[in-house]
Design a protein around this ligand. Sequence first.
Ligand SMILES: NC(=O)c1ccc[n+]([C@@H]2O[C@H](COP(=O)([O-])OP(=O)(O)OC[C@H]3O[C@@H](n4cnc5c(N)ncnc54)[C@H](O)[C@@H]3O)[C@@H](O)[C@H]2O)c1
Length: 692
Amino acid sequence: MTALTDMADLTIEDGIAIITIDNPPVNALSQGVRQGIKDGVEQCLADDAVQAVVLICAGRTFIAGADITEFGGPPKEPGLHATLDDMENASKPIIAAIHGTALGGGLETALCCHFRVCDAGARFGLPEVNLGLLPGAGGTQRLPRVVGAEKALQMMTSGAQIGADEALENGLVEDIVDGELRAGAIAFARKIIDENIPLTKIRDREEKLQSARDNPTLFNDFRSHIARKTRGFLAPEYNIQCIEAAVNLPFDEGMAVERKLFMELMSGPQSAAQQYFFFAERQAAKIPDVPADTPEIPINKVGVIGAGTMGGGISMNMANVGIPVEIIETQQEALDRGLGVIRMNYANTAAKGRISAEDVETRCNLINGSLDMYNLADCDLIIEAVFENMELKKEIFQKLDSIAKPGAILASNTSALDINEIASVTRRPESVIGLHFFSPANVMKLLEIVRGDVTGKDVIKSCMSFAKRIRKTAVLVGVCPGFVGNRILFPRQTQAQALILEGALPHEVDKVLFDFGLPMGAFQMSDLAGLDIGWNRETSNSETIRDVLCEAGRRGQKTGAGYYDYDEKRNPSPSSRVEQIILQFSEKAGIERREISEDEMLERCIYPMINEGAKILEEGIAIRASDIDVTWVYGYGWPVYRGGPMHYADSIGLDAIVATMRKYQEQTGDDFWEPAPLMVRLAEEGKGFKDL
Ligand SMILES: NC(=O)c1ccc[n+]([C@@H]2O[C@H](COP(=O)([O-])OP(=O)(O)OC[C@H]3O[C@@H](n4cnc5c(N)ncnc54)[C@H](O)[C@@H]3O)[C@@H](O)[C@H]2O)c1
């Protein structure tokens, strides 16, 4: 065995050379890997004793992608293109032997080999689109030549992986090896030599492109098909344009298109935001004062109190990963309704083919309902999800304290209430924590974990791990009204209300937010949540627009009317009645309505969110600015191509935001617009939230 670099070595066995990459944990295409491949191939070509080359990886996977830590730095030789060209142009057959995941640059490397074999567990994908990019090492031109344009479109615009069987079916691999991969790949190489099978370069293959050439509407049909999901993102469209180039242009011209579009994405703001977010998400798992070796409380059974909207969704998360759940309700009817909704949700998922009928039964069987809180005595984690009412929550926690076993984690799903106050009624406040799920709780990826003043580190650590187990991304925050997510929402809603009084209409404000990339605007969101949250029929006195709408029975989507009118399919349309009510309110307040520009609407909705984020950081409620971004991307659908509110602020420049806020402060005389001291300081120092 010869070491090629510290990340690659070369062995020759009976005329077959084996280049082994060993760059843990995922064999990323770091400089040492590229150099190893390049030197290895060169040595094999120069060595008459070598007839064929197998490229294989040590550890748990084939090359799983580029070395993202090299992004943005000075280029390190040899470049990937030169390395891959040497492989593809080699006069001896090179066989990629794939296990684990061949992703991104890893798959592009395999596509420059002359043959590909894999083991049964191998997976393949070009996930660059998820970082706002496209495969920039020929993958956009080679993948369609191997699997066809249709399959390449699916894979490259979604970043989704395919398994070994699908890869074989689509021609991406020549063989799936039974047994040991290395031996199987060597046997395959020998067969190639013995049978004198000619080397083909993927770049020269055309046959799989024909069906796309015969189907002139393919690309536009596909564009419409993914339009909703990819709204606002540049990278999916650019991936499509590259595949179009592969179909319509000679290989080298297609490569030039790939290069040009790749550079455009790489230097653009969307990819910067998406790469930033990739790290932000990983960073969120790190809690400075809770070391990785903090002991964890085993969680084998979970209790949920309340089988309403949230309790049901929360329970599904556990059942989805095989954890038994005990749900408690006060009334049989509410329990039956709650369990019925869970079953219906699973049945709908099964009807879409995403789970089997058997899965529906297994999961429903994991969820047991009862009316007796004493059934929670053997639960390791209990999550309360009853009405948002402090007195009720306190009553429940007091009772839980006497029922739950010692060491059990007692959690509340409250959206905004004080976890410390809830914990104070128990004799074990160190076991109490907030686990704030987002609606629909079985779908939304965010789990906001709220630590109280005395919450135990083992409790925090256990909840962070548990989040991962139920496939959520957790962000740890401190106690304040609304925590991080909802607290940032409040000032935006305040401004949305002010805007409609001053001259805008709900659908105009919502359009600006929707066009910015949010899934819905402020008023659509209120209608969805229900305008009567926190509204009281007894005390309502037509003081606000919301009061008047609720009094008129317009309580949001569920009543078929709110800020909008809704048809049976819950499609919104602007309401003339609401417009009338708004105009009356403006008049009553003595406001002369005016035309408000879209820029003003956007600034007035978004900048207060950023300002609130700055206050949250100042108060130490969030650990880092990027945690706020993770919260807003996964909890509220902030477009990931804008990174999150704090990254977006940095991309605009904090000095510009401070100046704009001061302008509004001067115009309105309202201290609402006072910029947070932290933001002012950073702006003065020419820094951003990223520098904290
Ligand atoms: N709906 C959301 O979007 C959302 C999002 C995040 C957090 N939350 C929070 O989750 C909690 C629940 O909200 P929801 O929307 O699911 O409300 P919901 O009204 O749909 O459900 C509450 C359920 O709790 C039951 N309940 C009331 N008292 C009980 C008791 N003593 N024992 C057992 N069950 C009892 C009720 O019968 C009802 O089924 C609230 O604190 C809310 O603020 C809601």
